[in-house]
Design a binder for this molecule. Sequence first.
Ligand code: SF4
Length: 314
Amino acid sequence: MSRRCNIRCEGCYYFEGDKQHAEENRDPAAWRRLMQAEKARGVTFVVLAGAEPALVPELCQACYEELPLGTIATNGLIRIPDTTGYRIHISVWGNDATSKRIRGASNMLGRQLENYRNDPRAVFVYTFTPTNIDEAREVTDNLASQDAQVTFNMFSAPVGYDGPLRHTPASLQKVRETTIALLADYPEHVLFSNYNAVVHTHRLGLHDLFACPYPRRNSTRNVGLGRSFRQYRTDLDWDRDAACCVPDTDCDDCRHYAAGSAIVTSKLFRHATDPETFRAWLDYVDTYLAVWVTGYAKGPNLYTSVTEPPCCAP
Ligand code: SF4
């Protein structure tokens, strides 16, 4: 949406690769025409992200008026007007001390809550790194006490990133245990399932587990995301070879919640092996819809133990 952001986070995949250098098109009429063309192509859902969409509210509003089903990813420090009725994902990377250190912003959670308290559009997305796992309970408790919804994401390294935020086998296991415990303790406020925990903390990334269907890893043009998905840049152009929901992320390390929302949900047949595995997959889809679609209420999880993905051992 914009090449600009009001903060700068360590490990941000927007400021990797070519897309950060594309020209900015700031004409709402041009974005409106793009949405109309996408609608004519059969597209029904839009995700507005990067670097910070709240800096261009007039573009978000133009998109919403043409394609009203979708989500905006934001750092939550600038409130997006109520007239833009998309789901709003607010990124949280730990407690305030950690946010100050790796995002350079003070009192971040308080400011995010000030902007989005009691806003039915809002979901707080806690991104786990190896160094903030122990802070997740304090942050979840704070969000739940203010009746906010929270879901979980995994830091997934940008291409070439070799810093301390890259997960290890030990941190993956610890995140698995932590998210399952938080889901059990805050069932009214945590949008997640045990199967989400399992697939996003597996030793294999999502592509190796399930074969990613985004154009960047999938040459099929006949059906599904290989045909429909496009990732437009700020100049309203797109590149099939780079097109996925988290461009410039290292596929081998991809455990991102947005990636899984398409990768796992598209693998119905892989999970139609037995009732337990199918229930686990239904929970994942239910979670995906609750996180991404405004007005969709999550149902109770059907599968409450922990199953490995159908393709491989842990
Ligand atoms: S980064 Fe993730 S979503 Fe993107 S192409 Fe690679 S595996 Fe797929």
